[in-house]
Design a protein around this ligand. Structure first.
Ligand code: G4P
Length: 531
């Protein structure tokens, strides 16, 4: 065991979250500059596809046979083995994006300094906060005119509800960007704009007490402003506390510019220092320790039809404990079967590399002949436990779905159920009328297109989608205590149920949710569904 403890302890597995265009791809590319990339899993490619309009994108996905991918990327730096989980944005934002966060031990949040906290960041942050994983903030694009630093921190605190602790402090922005003050070193590090694609440039490090050199490099105005701000900061900012960072209550904040490669390596170094090794994970028999326990993993994503000719599915697993060796037999707990995982791969968008071994913290993809479901546990044959399930995330777009040819009801129901089982869509029914009317909910609107395309191509069923105006869905947490039929909602509220008969409520806006809670004392609503 000790022999692989070292391998596990040098792993760091994190997701990057941001709103599109904040600089996630650029930052990732710079990280790779510092380490030898072992496996580039579509990050660079992701950047290209992300820029395509929906129609182009669909073409690309069609060629690939519909794979709404989030990719994984592995690289080495300073003795660490780092796994970055990419969370796709733009049109391909989907429930998978959220599920990917379930496989990470920490998150890096990239914020555009001129935009502050944006919609997609907010959504992804909520999921990280639910898991209490450490969140590291990189405020990017300081080489462009930025919002006031205190305002930015305030926004993160108020909008996201997490305390902030700036590790460095920016000096100006845009054309007047002079660098950062490193609070730990107690030194100013001057901005050096380096060529794209090269390592960090030669910055000066100037001690705060060296006023002449500071003046020379910053100018009077910037120097005075820095001193004023630092005084305010010492009085106001939260103290750094590693425990608070690790429990997700405090986010260390870094300022930099990914494009000019300023502040990236500093960030990476601090991040690796502060982030945790693969974390123990909750199972029905208690916490499973990554090092003490033999191999175990859980499925967090299923991707269908990467290869159109074979209609295969790939199940993505996060290894939670021990060492995986391709020759060994494992147990699929939910299926009750002992088996060898078929074609274990390091996952990349298009290319796949067959793996012989992997460790806790790593992500592998295996060929799935249709037996795995999201949340399933894989462990050693002699063991039998189940990891805590992955929640169902609130869809934000809803449509009523009908098949055009009523004779094809059977194929329609089969197809839509299979696609739902893969987790690409969620299906609901009217609370009163039952199965005849199917309502589909999706996290990203592109999933409607994917559903239509797949039903036509794989199940030969043409459908009509009628989009509904609802944007919010809530699970009823205390459904045993509530008589759903008698709930008093707003006039725009709709009562539905999922396939297991759990009641849910659809709303057009936040206001209606508030009103409904007000009108029904004791009602508890949740944005996450527990399976
Ligand atoms: P994303 O993955 O979060 O969507 O963002 P991405 O890295 O693709 O960056 C979005 C745009 O912002 C890109 O410009 C990128 O060059 C730019 N950018 C990223 N970091 C910085 C930064 O620190 N400073 C400045 N000034 N710009 C930054 P683009 O014009 O859309 O693409 P490109 O043609 O430059 O590749």
């Amino acid at each position: 065991m000790a022999e692989y403890a070292k391998e596990i302890n040098r792993r760091r597995t994190f997701a990057i979250i941001s709103h599109p265009d904040a600089g996630k791809t650029t930052l990732t590319e710079k990280f790779l500059l510092y380490g030898g990339a072992i496996n580039l899993a579509g990050s660079v490619k992701g950047k290209a596809t992300a820029r395509h309009a929906v129609s182009d994108w669909m073409e690309i996905e069609k060629e690939r046979g519909i794979s709404v991918t989030s990719s994984v990327l592995q690289f080495e730096y300073d003795g660490y083995c780092i796994n970055i989980l990419d969370t796709p944005g733009h049109q391909d934002f989907s429930e998978d994006t959220y599920r990917t966060l379930m496989a990470a031990d920490s998150a890096v949040m990239v914020i555009d300094a001129s935009k502050g906290v944006e919609a997609q960041t907010r959504k992804l942050f909520k999921v990280c906060a639910m898991r209490h994983i450490p969140i590291f903030t990189f405020i990017n694009k300081m080489d462009r005119d930025a919002n006031d630093t205190f305002d930015l921190l305030d926004e993160v605190e108020k909008e996201l509800g997490i305390a902030t602790c700036p590790i460095n402090w920016p000096i100006g922005s845009g054309k007047g960007f002079k660098g950062v003050y490193d609070r730990e070193k107690d030194k100013v590090i001057t901005f050096a704009d380096t060529e794209k694609g090269t390592k960090e440039g030669t910055s000066l490090e100037i001690s705060l007490s060296d006023e002449d050199t500071l003046l020379e490099n910053l100018g009077q105005e910037a120097k005075d402003k820095l001193f004023d701000e630092l005084e305010l900061l010492d009085g106001a900012g939260a103290e750094f506390d590693l425990e608070e960072v690790r429990s997700g209550n405090l986010t260390p904040v870094f300022f930099g510019s990914a494009l000019t490669n300023f502040g990236v390596e500093i960030f990476l170094r601090h991040f690796l220092d502060m982030a945790t090794t693969p974390l123990p994970r909750k199972a029905d028999i208690g916490l499973i320790d990554p090092v003490e326990q033999d191999f175990s993993a859980f499925v967090f994503k299923i991707q269908a039809n990467m290869n159109k000719a074979h209609r295969d599915r790939i199940a993505f697993m996060r290894i939670c404990s021990g060492k995986y060796d391709a020759a060994m037999e494992v147990k699929h707990v939910q299926g009750g079967r002992v088996m060898r995982l078929s074609q274990p791969q390091q996952i990349m968008a298009d290319e796949r590399k067959i793996l012989s071994e992997a460790y806790a913290g790593d992500i592998i993809g295996v060929f799935d002949p249709g037996i795995f479901s999201i949340g399933d546990t894989i462990c050693m044959p002699k063991e039998s436990f189940q990891y805590e399930g992955i929640p169902t995330f609130a869809p934000e777009h809803f449509a009523r779905v009908r098949q055009v040819d009523t004779m094809k009801r059977k194929q329609f129901v089969k197809g839509i159920n299979q696609i739902a089982q893969e987790g690409a869509i969620q299906i609901f029914q009217e609370l009163s009328t039952g199965l005849e009317e199917i309502i589909v909910g999706v996290v990203g609107v592109l999933q409607f297109e994917v559903l239509k395309y797949r039903l036509e191509n794989e199940y030969n069923v043409e459908i009509k989608l009628e989009q509904l105006p609802y944007e919010h869905i809530r699970w009823i947490e205390n459904k045993e205590e509530v008589d759903v039929q008698r709930l008093q909602g707003t006039s725009d509220m709709k009562k539905i149920q999922d396939l297991k008969g759990n009641p849910l409520l659809l709303f057009i806006n936040q206001w209606s949710i508030g009103m409904t809670l007000e009108r029904n004392e004791g009602l508890k609503l949740s944005e996450f569904g527990r399976n």
